[in-house]
Design a protein around this ligand. Structure first.
Ligand SMILES: Cc1cc2nc3c(=O)[nH]c(=O)nc-3n(C[C@H](O)[C@H](O)[C@H](O)COP(=O)(O)OP(=O)(O)OC[C@H]3O[C@@H](n4cnc5c(N)ncnc54)[C@H](O)[C@@H]3O)c2cc1C
Ligand code: FES
Length: 272
């Protein structure tokens, strides 16, 4: 038996209700369970006998929970081989989440699998009558994620940027954000999730243009609930599994390692 405060600290196995191949490298799983998660939070995904890895929640609508992941290494490549009906352990939800007020205008900047949590934020904010601009970026059009899902949301405009120009603006999604922030209709807030280099550019731009911004920062996570200390960042020593992953720009800008380095499972520094 577990006590109420730690019920989400132990993995519970769930059968995969559906599998969607988003792209050659990206897969989404849906589980017929709600963890009551909020946009920006994450779960620890356990593949018995292999490992446990953090994943952002791509949706939790009260009935179903979704994750979307890149097959990059040992665990995620093995996860990508699973089929409908296979068992996966989930722990969580953990961490902070994006926050908005009803009827705000939000710009959501998504790179890579960051499109998944940005979609979750957009779908929940749309229920609060927010108007949304989703700015989705990828290397080329085959790698763009969640475009159809964003397009179906009420009050949502979708802008696309690809590095090679195969769809939408040729260049970075941050260039589209820059045009938006320098235009007449500034958003009330910017949310961003994606590669750290993109987050640094979003952070600088929002700071310069004085637009409030919330970004999702990732570090190596083991426990997910503040115990192991593996996800602490310099110089503050805050744990990004509990004080993040979603942080306000003012806090992000006090993290000296932001955009510079991260630590691996042994705490060793690696340049970004
Ligand atoms: C809060 C958070 C949310 C994430 N959300 C997603 C998501 O929605 N979709 C997605 O595809 N990926 C997500 N990731 C990254 C994902 O956890 C790693 O890609 C995954 O752990 C790789 O594991 P692997 O064994 O397949 O690869 P490995 O070969 O073990 O690792 C590949 C790279 O992944 C990173 N990584 C490995 N293990 C961890 C870990 N325990 N914690 C953090 N980073 C790790 C390291 O940078 C490593 O170099 C998220 C990470 C964090 C911290
Ligand atoms: S992952 Fe253990 S303290 Fe953050």
């Amino acid at each position: 038996m577990t006590c109420g405060c730690c019920h989400n600290r132990l993995p519970v196995t769930h059968r995969i209700a559906s599998v969607k191949r988003e792209t050659e490298q990206v897969t989404s799983f849906t589980f017929a369970v709600s963890l009551g998660a909020k946009p920006g939070q994450f779960v620890m995904v356990w593949l018995p006998g292999v490992d446990e890895v953090p994943m952002s929640i791509a949706n939790d609508d009260g009935k179903q929970l979704q994750i979307t992941f890149f097959a990059v290494g040992d665990t995620t490549k093995k996860l990508a081989l699973l089929k409908k009906g296979d068992l996966v352990g989930l722990r969580g939800p953990f961490g902070t989440h994006y926050e908005w007020k009803p009827k705000q205008h939000l710009s959501l900047v998504a790179g890579g699998y960051g499109a998944a949590p940005m979609f979750f934020a957009a779908s929940e904010a749309a229920k609060d009558q927010c108007t949304l601009t989703a700015i989705v970026g990828a290397r080329s059009k085959e790698h763009l994620l969640y475009l159809d899902a964003f397009a179906k949301l009420k009050g949502t405009t979708v802008s696309v940027a690809t590095d090679d120009g195969s769809q939408g603006h040729k260049g970075y999604n941050v260039e589209l954000l820059s045009a938006l922030l320098k235009g007449k209709k500034k958003p009330d807030q910017v949310f961003a999730c994606g590669p750290e280099r993109m987050l640094v550019a979003v952070s600088d731009l929002c700071h310069e243009q004085k637009v409030p911004c919330q970004i999702s920062l990732e570090r190596y996570m083991k426990c997910g609930y503040g115990l192991c200390g593996n996800c602490t960042v310099d110089p503050l020593g805050i744990r990004l599994c509990t004080d993040g992953p979603v942080v306000k720009n003012e806090l992000a800008r006090t993290i000296t390692e932001f955009g510079k380095y991260h630590r691996d499972h042994l705490g060793k520094k690696h340049s970004l």
